[in-house]
Design a protein around this ligand. Structure first.
Ligand code: SF4
Ligand code: SF4
Length: 262
């Protein structure tokens, strides 16, 4: 077992390397470290299976002392304005698509950075998204076995709290932040989970009836998937909607505390 000072040294090295990469990409974001076991214990069984597959015969050692690094890059604030764009009251999907392009750009950047960090620190990268699969599955639950939840990693790394819109809410960037993760074979200084700061806010519930009725619907995430499929038939090029992200960053009770890059 590596000592606390070694964990601290590696944490600082990874943090420094991340911010160096972030600066060279001209982005803003954040990084946190979580315990591999804590993340594993919170994942759905199908995702636990995926994590076992990814780590192979090193799984037991990862469970004993491994970490998962969460890296996040924030959206530029102006891009969120394009979400649910309207002209004369009707959706303007061409403008809305600019948000989809930014989503794609951030994912590509995160994938580059997670691979870079993994190469540098003997880790295993978990990409930002597997993308383009929403229309290849017949139900949202089929999607879960393909990915490790970056939200679970983010929350166990102390990056933010689980919002009412079920996204991770960062203190500075709201939920307008995308994540990738890197499995690391040794201990780091692990973050602590945040308590929710959503309070009486309901901006995301007002923006989306699926979120508002999530307790009544069999699985509101399937409604969300179908709505995104509908948007794709209108020309939105990626698996996105974004209305709950825009509502959180621009209309929530915390909006004055959120500062997105320009
Ligand atoms: S992405 Fe759109 S449909 Fe899905 S929960 Fe958010 S606002 Fe609702
Ligand atoms: S919009 Fe408000 S309630 Fe919804 S996730 Fe953001 S802060 Fe929480």
């Amino acid at each position: 077992m590596k000592s606390q000072s070694t964990a601290s040294k590696y944490s600082e090295e990874i943090r420094g390397y991340f911010f160096h990469l972030l600066e060279s990409e001209n982005e803003q974001g954040d990084i946190g470290f979580g315990s591999f076991k804590a993340v594993f214990d919170e994942l759905m069984p199908v995702q636990q299976e995926k994590l076992r597959e990814l780590t192979g015969n090193k799984f037991d050692s990862f469970m004993k002392e491994g970490s998962i690094v969460c890296i996040g890059i924030a959206y530029r604030g102006s891009v969120l304005d394009y979400i649910d764009s309207r002209q004369k009251g009707l959706p303007d999907y061409k403008l809305w698509n600019r948000y989809a392009h930014e989503y794609n750009r951030l994912n590509q950047t995160l994938n580059r950075m997670s691979k870079n960090i993994a190469d540098q620190f003997n880790g295993i990268p978990l990409t930002a998204t597997i993308g383009g699969t929403i229309d290849k599955v017949s139900d949202v639950t089929d999607y879960f076995r393909m990915v490790i939840s970056h939200r679970v990693v983010a929350e166990n790394s102390g990056i933010g709290w689980r919002g009412k819109n079920q996204l991770t809410i960062h203190e500075k960037f709201s939920c307008a932040i995308r994540f990738a993760s890197i499995i690391i074979p040794y201990p780091l200084i692990w973050g602590k989970k945040y308590a929710s700061k959503c309070g009486s806010c309901n901006a995301c519930e007002e923006a989306c009836s699926f979120i508002k009725n999530r307790e009544k619907l069999p699985d509101y995430r399937e409604n969300c998937r179908r709505y995104i499929l509908f948007l794709k038939t209108k020309g939105i090029e990626k698996d996105v909607c974004g209305k709950c992200i825009k509502a959180c960053s621009q209309d929530s009770i915390l909006k004055s505390k959120f500062i997105l890059p320009s």
